[in-house]
Design a protein around this ligand. Structure first.
Ligand SMILES: [Cu+2]
Length: 496
């Protein structure tokens, strides 16, 4: 069914790919250079179903079935993957303090996982590449929600196949609600609280999804068609004065810089891991793969305004052989009704957390990306790269020594950005983050407090969230251990 399926990469193939990347070889025409083709806003934005789990009182259980599916992106039906749906999955809403169980059933004919991106969970519940779910099997992780109110997401994470599974549709949003969050933010799902999952795809002449291997020095797959929640050329009927857009870049490699086409400002209220202390007025927000932003857009009755991509600011010194998406194009049209429900003013205080000073850290670790690997080592699923004491606060120094963009995602924690090339973070990087963009040549220092509970056998991952880079080895593993625990490197579940 999936003829363009990539062969599983062995070490030899990986080394060959890295050699090509280092050489910056040209090769045949790379579709990664394809510009985005704008689609007129003719289709109502699809809103993923909302799931809040079943079971009153105790544990809320979420039933999640990963399966092959079909979806019509406007060019006829094509084969996809999805979670409880033909393409993508439901939005999972849960509350801080709630006990949850995810019953993840894999109906694909190959193994996959679901990772709870941004969620504070025990390592063995993380859904990373060590928690493979075999075809036909059900995996049921449980945890108590410790995150504050925010926008997280879930996605497939099987090593070597993450890019393809996410591209084909194994992803969805998670909304955490928290009694500590102030009233006054738009919170009616699908009405004034809208998931905006931005992705790019490519189709063949028969309207079938194309997913192919990127060329050398690439950031990974780049499509020529941008969509939101699987809708190409979407518009949203706006029904209230203020609308909250939960922006998620769920693309393989494309970076977006989103702005409202008439230049109006919006309010940034949250970043990856939760609410900011106070709303921040911005006119554009840049998101690399995996990053989120909660923004509130204010409109008058009858207005139409386009959420539009403007060329991202990649920063640094981008090499001549780097290929990534640029250009200006429409993403989502907002169409306000003639009568809008009035909304209260935004709360002036959203959250009360404090910034962590660098002096709070007991350890500093260095992570240098060069030649698309971290600290000179491609990932080894049987090797622990870092051992972090439970509850420790640490500074991690992230350096990108490649002439192309990367970013950096850390499992298990939300971190704060201390500085970017020595300068304080801009407002959009000054909240809780789990994924941060690394411009070519840049150095970003982050600080995080690690989980209080140790587990010496199950590692967490850190990696580039440009999914082809991750799949080809730009990843490492850490364990969190309590005093007296002995680190036991895990077996490599991909050995065969
Ligand atoms: Cu990367």
């Amino acid at each position: 069914m999936r003829q363009d399926r990539a062969p599983r990469r062995g070490p030899a193939a990986l080394i060959a790919a890295l050699a090509l990347a280092l050489a910056g070889a040209g090769g045949c025409a790379n579709p990664a250079t394809s510009p985005v083709t704008e689609a007129p806003p003719t289709r109502p934005l699809a809103i993923p179903a909302l799931e809040e789990g079943t079971g009153a009182g105790g544990t809320r259980a979420f039933d999640l079935v990963v399966d092959e599916g079909t979806h019509d992106f406007g060019r006829g039906t094509t084969a996809t993957m999805g979670v409880n749906a033909g393409y993508l999955g439901p939005t999972l809403r849960m509350r801080t303090g709630q006990d949850v169980r995810m019953d993840v059933t894999n109906r694909l004919d190959e193994r996959t996982t679901l990772h709870w991106h941004g969620m504070a969970v025990p390592a063995r519940m993380d859904g990373g590449p060590h928690q493979l779910v075999a075809p036909g099997a059900t995996w049921s992780p449980t945890w108590q929600v410790r995150n504050p109110a925010g926008t997280l997401w879930y996605h497939a994470h099987p090593h070597g196949d993450t890019a393809e599974h996410v591209y084909r549709g194994v992803a969805g949003m998670i909304i955490v609600e928290d009694q500590a969050a102030p009233a006054g933010l738009p919170d009616e799902y699908g009405v004034d609280d809208i998931p905006v999952i931005v992705q790019d795809k490519r189709f063949d002449d028969d309207g079938q999804l194309v997913f192919d291997q990127p060329g050398p020095s690439s950031t990974g797959f780049l499509g020529d068609t941008v969509m939101v929640n699987g809708t190409v050329g979407p518009y949203l009927d706006v029904r209230a004065t203020r609308t909250r857009l939960r922006l998620l870049n769920a693309s393989t490699a494309r970076v977006y810089r989103l702005a409202l086409a008439d230049g109006r400002a919006f309010d940034l209220v949250g970043t990856d891991g939760g609410l900011l202390p106070a709303p921040v007025r911005l006119t554009a927000i840049q998101l690399s793969p995996g990053e989120r932003a909660d923004i509130v857009v204010t409109m008058a009755p009858g207005e139409r305004v386009m959420l539009r991509n403007t060329s991202p600011e990649f920063g640094g010194r981008v090499g001549p052989n780097s290929r990534f998406g640029t250009g200006d194009y429409d993403v989502l049209e907002l169409r306000a009704a003639q009568q809008l429900r009035p909304a209260p003013p935004l709360p002036t205080t959203l959250a009360t957390w404090q910034r962590l000073p660098a002096s709070a850290a007991t350890t500093t670790r260095d992570f240098t990306i060069h030649a698309q690997i971290i600290n000179r080592k491609p990932v080894d699923m049987g090797r622990i790269d870092e051992v972090v004491p439970a509850g420790a606060t640490e500074v991690w120094v992230l350096r990108n020594r490649d002439p192309q963009p990367h970013n950096f995602h850390v499992h298990a924690v939300q971190f704060q950005v201390l500085d970017v090339d020595g300068a304080p973070p801009p407002p959009e990087l000054a909240g809780w983050k789990d994924t941060v963009y690394l411009a070519p040549g840049s150095e970003v220092r982050i600080i995080a407090t690690f989980p209080p509970d140790g587990d010496p056998t199950w590692p967490f991952m850190y990696h580039c969230h440009l999914l082809w880079h991750e799949d080809s080895g730009l990843m490492g593993q850490f364990v969190v251990v309590e005093p007296g625990q002995t680190v036991v490197p895990p077996p490599d579940p991909y050995d065969h």
